[in-house]
Design a protein around this ligand. Structure first.
Ligand code: BJW
Ligand code: ZN
Length: 244
C-alpha cells in the first residue's frame, strides 16, 4: 500500500528534526498485550483505575490496591516490547537531541533499550517506603501482601504517581525543558485526558514544535496537532522511520 501524504510528510519532518520529544501512553503497550486504562479491558474486578490509583484508596484498603498491582505485575511480566517501542529506540539513536516521556509504568521502553527517558508516572517494578521514603526495585511476582520496608518496617507502596499526587519535580523540569526546545513532538497512544501530560502537546505547539499524534482513535488533542495519524502504534511508528 502506498504511504499516505500525511505519512510522507511526517517522515520528512522526522528525518529533518534535530530535537525530538516523544510522549507515550498505554496505547503503545496495548500492542504488547498490556490492557489500556480507558479501553474495554481496563477494569479489574469492576474497579476503575481512578478508584484504585489514589492515596485515599491505598489508605482505606492497601490490600486491595496491592492485589490490583499484583494482577498487573503478573500480566506485565509476561509481555515484551513491540515494534513501536523498538522504533523509538532507533529514533533516540538517530536524533541529535532526543527525550522520551512515558506515562506507562510497565517498564517496556527500558526493556526495549530506551535510555533518554522519564517515566513520569513511575514504574510498577519499584516500591517506595511510606515511612523512610526509600525507593527500591522489586520484581517479585507476586509481591507478598502486605509488603513492609526492610529498613524501618513501614508499609511499602508502589513507586507510582497516583491521582492527586504531584509528578516528581525532576521529571516535570525535564519535560518542560524538552517540550519547549524540541522541533518535533510525537504523541503516541494516549487518550490525552490525564494532566499534566494531556497539556504537553499544547506546550510544545505554543513553543513552535511540529506536533504529530498517533492513535487508534481521535483524542481531545487531535484538533490542535499538525498531523493526526490513525492506526496501531506497532504499525505506524516503524513506518515513520522507513526511508522508502
Ligand atoms: C492505541 C492503541 C494502539 C489503544 N495504537 N493507540 C488539570 C485539569 C483537570 C484535572 C487535573 C489537572 N491537573 C491535574 C489534574 C488532576 C489529575 C487529572 O489529570 N485528572 C483528569 C482525569 C481530569 N492529575 C493528577 O492528579 C496528576 N497529578 C498532578 O497533576 O498533580 C498536581 C495536581 C493535582 C490535583 C489537581 C491539580 C494539580 C497525576 C496523574 C497520575 C495519573 N496516574 C495514572 C495511574 C497510575 C496507576 C498505575 O498505572 O498503576 O496513570 S492514571 C492512568 O492514566 C495512568 C496512565 O499513565 C494515565 C494516562 O492514560 P493513557 O496512557 O492515556 O491511557 P488510556 O487508556 O487513557 O488511553 C489509551 C489510548 O491509546 C487511547 O486513546 C486509545 O485510543 C489508544 N490506543 N490501542 C495506538 N494499538
Ligand atoms: Zn522504610
Amino acid at each position: 500500500m502506498a504511504p499516505s501524504s500525511d505519512l510522507r510528510l511526517v517522515r520528512q519532518r522526522l528525518a529533518a528534526a534535530r530535537n525530538i520529544t516523544v510522549l507515550t501512553g498505554a496505547g503503545i503497550s496495548a500492542d504488547s498485550g498490556v490492557p489500556t486504562f480507558r479501553g474495554a479491558d481496563g477494569l479489574w474486578r469492576q474497579h476503575r483505575a481512578e478508584d484504585l490509583a489514589t492515596p485515599d484508596a491505598f489508605a482505606r484498603d492497601p490490600k486491595l490496591v496491592w492485589e490490583w498491582y499484583n494482577w498487573r505485575r503478573e500480566l506485565i511480566a509476561t509481555k515484551q516490547p513491540n515494534a513501536a517501542h523498538r522504533a523509538i529506540v532507533e529514533l533516540e539513536r538517530r536524533a541529535p537531541a532526543f527525550w522520551l516521556a512515558t506515562q506507562n509504568v510497565d517498564g517496556l521502553h527500558r526493556d526495549a533499550g530506551s535510555q533518554k527517558l522519564s517515566e513520569i508516572h513511575g514504574n510498577i517494578w519499584k516500591v517506595r517506603c511510606t515511612g523512610c521514603q526509600a525507593v527500591s526495585e522489586n520484581r517479585d511476582v507476586p509481591i507478598s501482601i502486605l509488603p513492609f520496608c526492610p529498613h524501618c518496617g513501614a508499609l511499602l507502596r508502589p513507586h507510582i504517581v497516583w491521582f492527586g499526587e504531584s509528578l516528581f519535580a525532576a521529571d516535570l523540569q525535564q519535560c518542560s525543558t524538552v517540550l519547549k526546545s524540541c522541533d518535533l513532538l510525537l504523541v503516541i497512544g494516549t487518550s490525552g485526558v490525564v494532566y499534566p501530560a494531556a497539556g504537553f502537546a499544547s506546550v510544545a505547539k505554543e513553543a513552535g514544535a511540529y506536533v504529530v499524534e498517533i492513535n487508534l482513535d481521535p483524542t481531545p488533542q487531535s484538533s490542535l496537532v499538525d498531523v493526526s495519524l490513525q492506526g496501531r502504534a506497532k504499525d505506524l511508528v516503524p513506518l515513520l522511520l522507513d526511508p522508502t
